[in-house]
Design a protein around this ligand. Structure first.
Ligand code: XIL
Length: 341
């Protein structure tokens, strides 16, 4: 049977996934899964700052180049992730930013000057700024609720103030006029007071940027969904309508589902709950005009949800939040995506 990419393409939708350069090269079953299911790839690690510039001025484009080579060899497209983020920063960068705004502007400019020309023409769409908006107070799922205005605390914010967002988009556009520039954010999908507040903050940021003629083209919904958070389509649909009214495109960039702690042994029930949530969120995004959907990996075995202590289940079980199970078998989430397309 056709993979998700083929089904999506028939409906004018690009489907893709996050990938790992080491596994693409060293694990044929993994590479075959990616080839069969995805049309669009995004490196899960290889385009983050710590990967690209581990030491100041010494760039390592090898692993990203390997992903780009795989994409080219198999006829896939590539997204970039992420030019500025408060995480995956090498220590030297954190230290440099603490030296003040002039130094911060210089290192940012040098990074973009090295990375954007080197990744052209393979990457035509970058997550330019990732996760700048602060989580609302009281959000039990928030890692860092600290905020300065609407923005989260970060070395970039401390060095440059809120205008670090403006600066990064402007520099990216100056260096590549035809690149699609995406603002990428999590926690926007649910029906909860903190999601509502995060949507308000994100809309305020995007409005401010567009009023200042900052070149932002698209909003990426990470869609790291949480079954413990309620969902109804209406609040998400209203938010996405406002985003579209601003002239922005919408992407789903990092879809996966964290199960609720209440779901333990019953695999069928867990898989149905995951599928239903995916259908609700992706269906709402597609209705709002989203034409790009990426999952954050394809199989539960490879997922960060199985290995990152911030997000793993705490009861010894492994999340079943991706389209394929540990053996690579298609789950109800796969069918939910197929049905959405
Ligand atoms: C995660 C990766 O999946 C992990 O392997 C890594 O250790 C940390 O980052 N939002 C993002 C992604 O934008 O870059 C994150 O990826 C997941 C949350």
């Amino acid at each position: 049977q056709d993979g998700l990419a083929t089904l999506a393409r028939a409906a004018g939708i690009a489907f893709g996934t996050a990938v790992d350069s080491g596994k693409l090269a060293g694990d044929p079953a993994y590479a075959a899964q990616v080839t069969a299911e995805a049309q669009l790839l995004v490196p899960e690690w290889e385009a983050k700052w710590a990967a690209l510039q581990p030491k100041e001025g010494s760039f390592d484009l090898g692993p990203l180049g390997a992903v780009a080579g795989f994409a080219q060899g198999s006829g896939k497209q590539l997204r970039g992730h992420a030019l500025v983020w408060h995480d995956a920063m090498p220590d030297w960068l954190t230290a440099a930013l603490a030296e003040g705004p002039a130094r911060a502007r210089a290192v940012l400019t040098a990074h973009l000057d090295a990375v954007l020309p080197a990744t052209r023409p393979a990457i035509r769409d970058w997550d330019v700024v990732n996760e700048a908006v602060a989580d609302a107070e009281g959000n039990p799922f928030a890692a860092k609720p600290v905020a300065v205005g609407d923005l989260r605390d970060s070395p970039w914010l401390r060095a440059l103030g809120p205008s670090y967002v403006d600066l990064t988009f402007r520099l990216a556009r100056e260096r590549d006029r035809t690149l699609r520039l995406t603002y990428n954010e999590y926690g926007l999908e649910g029906d909860s007071p903190w999601a509502e507040e995060k949507r308000r903050r994100t809309l305020r940021l995007l409005r401010r940027l567009l009023e200042a003629q900052v070149p932002v083209d698209a909003l990426g919904l990470q869609a790291h969904l949480l079954l413990d958070e309620p969902f109804r389509p209406e609040p998400l649909a209203a938010f996405l309508a406002s985003v579209r009214e601003m002239g922005l495109s919408i992407l789903v960039t990092e879809l996966d589902v964290r199960e609720g702690s209440q779901l333990a042994g019953d695999l069928a029930a867990r898989d149905m709950a995951v599928a239903e949530r995916v259908r609700g969120v992706v269906g709402t995004a597609l209705e709002a005009g989203c034409r790009t959907v990426l999952t954050w990996g394809l199989s539960d075995k490879e997922s960060w949800l199985a290995r990152d202590p911030d997000v793993t289940r705490k009861d010894g079980e492994t999340h079943r939040g991706l389209p394929l199970d540990g053996e690579g078998k298609r789950k109800p989430m796969w069918n939910a995506l197929a049905a959405c397309f």
